[in-house]
Each structure stands twice: as C-alpha cells, then as structure tokens.
Design a protein around this ligand. Structure first.
Ligand SMILES: C[S@@+](CC[C@H](N)C(=O)[O-])C[C@H]1O[C@@H](n2cnc3c(N)ncnc32)[C@H](O)[C@@H]1O
Length: 359
C-alpha cells in the first residue's frame, strides 16, 4: 500500500468515477453540479474559466482576499473563522478532553497562524515567518502565553526532520534556505493538526503543485513522527475522489479510526474537507511505509524545485503500488459511507451559491 509521487492520471480518475457514480446518487449529483459550475480550459485563450458567472466571481474574490489578508478586520475575520471551525471540531469530534482531564494533553499545530484552534490546551506550534509569506498569529500576547510555544519555521525546509539532512550540498547556492533543526525533538503529542495551506503570498514558489505537495508531504511526515500511539491526527485535504487522496484515506483507515468532516458554514462550496484520524497506530507497518513514501516524495520534489542532485537511485519508489481498480474494490464501498455527508454538503452549497437553488 504505497502513495505514488506522480500526480494521478486521467485514467485513475476515470476508474474512481466509474466505480462511484452508479453506486452513489449523492456522488453522481456532485459530479453533475460540478460539471455545470466548474472551470474548464477556455477554447480561445486556454485560461481557466468558470461556467457559472457566480462561481467565477466567488473564486476570483477568494483568491484576491487570500493574497492580502492585510487589514486588521480581514485578519480578525479569518481568525474568527478558524475559531469557529475549532469550536465545531470540539463540539462534533471532542478532540480535546474536558478541563479536568487536560493536564497532560499535548497538541501540536503544524501550521498554527492565525491560531484559532488552540485556545484550550497546551500547544506546541510551528508557523511560517511572516517575512516568508506566513500569516500573522492573532492570539493576543502569544509570546508571553505559558500554554503556547511557537517556533517560526518553514516546514518544507526541515531537511533533517524529513530524513535527508545532506540533501543540499554545502556549496549549493540554496543550502542556507534549508535547516537541520528538529523542532520538538523527542516530544510526542496527543493531537496533531495538519491544516497548512500554501498561500499565494508564500515565498518563493507560490501556489505551484510542487509547493503544495512539499508542504503536504512535510506535514504528514512530521505528524506521524510526533503522534503518540492512539493519538489523533487532523488533516486538511482536497477532493475526496482524487485518487491520491483516496489512497491516503485507505492507509489511514488501516492505521486508525477515520471520519471525514466538513463544516457546513465554511469550506462548504469547495472541495476541501478534514480527515479526522483517531487512535492512530504510528508504529503500524503501513504507517511506517507512508512516512517513507512521503519522505521520498518530499525529497524528489524538493530536489527538482531547487536543482539539487539526488545521489544514487531514488530508492524504492512506487514499489507495491496498489492498482486503482483493486483499491475501489476493497475500499470503494467504505469510501461512499464516509464521503457521502461531505459530498452532500458540497453539492447543496454549490447549487445554492452558483446555480440559484433555494434550499
Ligand atoms: C488555514 S491556516 C492554518 C490555521 C490554523 N491552524 C489555526 O488554528 O488558525 C494555514 C497556515 O499554513 C501556513 N503555512 C503555509 N506554508 C507553510 C510552511 N511552508 N511552513 C509552515 N507553515 C506554513 C500559513 O502561514 C497559515 O498559517
């Protein structure tokens, strides 16, 4: 059970859709609505356009807002939204125990700013420096808060943490961008949040697929290396039916108890959703293999992004990769049960926002 480095092929998407469509009317409806709304390559300019003008306007505005969460009001709004999501998690998933049982409960938030989730526990966190495009931490006096430890770091450049301390040779011009610091070394956590998101302000690679994957890989490696046995990992993912995401869900289904989670008031129209994996067994063979795959993926993508040489073979890549047909046969039914609530929220929200439905 391994996760390939390459992006999924059209053929893999087709296998997934062909399996799910006849078995889930909710999924079939999502595809129909997405098709009515979605962007497609414009015949004349090649640029991506949305068929629905409302969707076009919505996503353009969102991108513009994301580029400049600059005013106090915008920052406060974003913080309030993250706080609302954190509260909703707490209400539905009870991620953090009640105060009487919270004494030794430790949280690691891998991409912490603005800091909306972490008001009720001891938190160790990482946050991208604002000078590199990271968001500001919005918690008042966070530097003095004894409950909170924050390290300002770029997760995607932690080469020792990610298993390749000498990836950039001493004389390479990019060497100084990498760090061999191992944050929170030796610490294990009860709950790890991985909801990092490459912002259009991130330096230097911006929102390229490669940067998105480097961040996702780095978070996954670090989460599995720091989670306590039987702890909980929360991961922000996009598009349940993306074959790569689906492989990841199958892995987590093997090593933990999973639930998919989409707050109806936020993320609703978008493909994003959260994986909540409880009772994680980080020592399971499948978990170790996932760490190895994600490390390799980070190494190959990082080497490509910075023009680094990888000595020797890119070891054991993609060996034992399960065919998508087999994954659908063994996991497709379970996926439908897990994903239908998420698909339903997304479909209804898209219909209402972009196609004028009145539900
Ligand atoms: C959706 S926000 C996280 C919200 C947060 N967990 C909370 O409780 O409010 C996404 C975060 O990912 C961070 N991020 C993006 N790229 C990063 C990187 N390379 N290293 C560390 N953090 C990064 C952004 O700066 C931003 O703070």
């Amino acid at each position: 059970m391994s996760i390939p480095i390459e992006e999924p092929s059209d053929e893999e998407y087709k296998i997934v859709k062909d399996f799910l469509q006849p078995k889930s009317t909710i999924f079939a409806k999502l595809l129909k609505v997405q098709d009515e709304v979605r962007r497609a390559g414009s015949v004349t300019s090649g640029a991506l356009v949305w068929k629905s003008p409302k969707a076009d306007e919505y996503f353009k505005n969102q991108k513009a807002r994301a580029v400049q969460i600059v005013s106090e009001e915008q920052r406060a709004n974003f913080f309030n939204m993250m706080t609302k999501i954190g509260d909703y998690f707490q209400e539905k998933e009870k991620l953090i125990p009640p105060p009487s049982k919270r004494m030794n409960f430790d949280v690691l938030d891998l991409c912490m700013a603005p800091g909306g989730y972490n008001r009720f526990a001891q938190v160790c966190a990482i946050s991208l420096p604002t000078g590199e495009g990271g968001l500001e931490i919005h918690l008042p006096n966070w530097q003095e808060n004894h409950r909170l430890k924050v390290k300002l770091l770029n997760l995607t450049m932690l080469s020792a943490e990610l298993g390749f301390p000498t990836l950039a040779s001493q004389d390479h011009p990019s060497t100084s961008k990498f760090s061999n610091h191992i944050p929170y070394a030796g610490r294990q956590f009860d709950l790890v949040f991985c909801d990092g998101h490459v912002l259009p302000t991130n330096e230097p690679e911006e929102d390229s697929t490669s940067e998105i994957r480097r961040l996702a890989d780095a978070q996954m490696v670090m989460a599995l290396q720091r989670i306590k046995s039987a702890g909980t990992i929360v991961v922000l993912l996009h598009q349940v039916y993306n074959p790569r995401v689906l492989r990841l869900l199958k892995v987590f289904d093997n090593i933990s108890q999973i639930n998919l989670f989409k707050p109806p008031f936020c993320h609703a129209k978008r493909t994003s959703f959260y994986l909540v994996a409880k009772n994680v067994d980080p020592l399971h063979e499948v978990a170790r293999r996932l760490v190895r795959d994600m490390r390799n993926s980070w190494r190959v993508r990082t080497a490509n992004a910075f023009g680094l040489e990888i000595p020797g073979d890119p070891i054991e890549l993609n060996d034992g990769e399960e065919k998508m047909e087999d994954i659908m046969q063994s996991f497709g039914g379970r996926l439908i049960t897990l994903a239908e609530p998420v698909w339903k929220i997304q479909t209804e929200a898209m219909e209402k926002a972009f196609l004028g439905a009145k539900n």
